[in-house]
Design a protein around this ligand. Structure first.
Ligand code: BTN
Length: 246
């Protein structure tokens, strides 16, 4: 059925669990949710930390007829679905940081980890992992080395997490169908409305550790970031840079 839900008390990582299930043929729309991850994973090899019930952690499997090469803007599309659901839940003041963090006043409220299966041309599958901070314990807060915030501390209702999850899944289905039909380009204008750093000066961190300042101009139809730097207008994909506020 749709969505095919697995709910577990504890798992290493919902993404890891769903990647395994996907290889074994789990259907489109399969979803894994857990109260607690013991080895939650973030982007760029980072860890995702949360206490029991401290964050809403789940993953959704989405199968595409097109190849993984088509999926470059997917992580931005998922950010749009999260923003729609947070707005609907009345969580105020959230915005997106390219490529796909959800921020509240410069602090991270939610993260997205997308892992692709399949090759560039044939059918592909995406395991879309989402973590939303609900109510983090002070112990966990001390372990996290970046500025974070949770739903509880910005006036949202943690008791409505099941409703939030249901709404995110419904918005994800909408957004992913839109993406499947037209790519990121049809979601681009909506993404820009939520962009926290649109036309702002930021630091671009390169994987080699170098950093440059840049002015955020736009995102392209494939989700690439367009930046004005000292050497002119440049275009970056998510593997190439990460952003910091100046
Ligand atoms: C990031 O901001 O770096 C991405 C964080 C993604 C965390 C979620 S929690 C559910 C899913 N399972 C994981 O192991 N990670 C993602």
């Amino acid at each position: 059925g749709f969505f095919d839900l697995e709910v577990a008390d504890s798992l290493a990582s919902t993404n890891s669990r769903l990647l395994e299930k996907s290889v074994q043929g789990a259907p489109h729309g399969s979803c894994v949710i857990t109260e607690m991850q013991t080895a939650g994973r973030g982007r760029r090899g980072r860890e995702w930390h949360a206490n029991l019930g401290g964050s809403l952690t789940f993953s959704l499997l989405w199968r595409f007829n097109q190849g993984a090469g088509f999926l470059s803007g997917l992580s931005l599309a998922v950010g749009v679905a999260l923003m729609r659901a947070l707005n609907q839940a009345g969580v105020p003041g959230a915005g997106l940081k390219w490529p796909n963090d959800v921020l509240h006043q410069h602090r991270k409220l939610a993260g997205i980890l997308i892992e692709l299966q399949g090759d560039m041309l044939g059918p592909s599958a995406a395991v879309i992992g989402i973590g939303i901070n609900l109510k983090l314990s002070s112990k966990v807060l001390n372990r996290i080395d970046q500025a974070v915030v949770d739903i509880h501390s910005i006036g949202g209702k943690v008791s409505e997490r099941n409703l939030l999850l249901a709404n995110i899944l419904l918005h994800l289905a909408d957004v992913l169908n839109e993406f499947d039909a037209g790519g990121f380009s049809i979601l681009r204008e909506e993404w820009l409305k939520y962009h926290a750093y649109q036309e702002k000066q930021v630091l671009l961190m390169l994987p080699d550790g170098n950093q440059h300042e840049g002015y955020l101009l736009d995102v392209a139809d494939d989700g690439a970031l367009l930046v004005r730097t000292a050497i002119g207008k440049q275009r970056f994909t998510s593997g190439e840079i990460s952003l910091r506020t100046v």
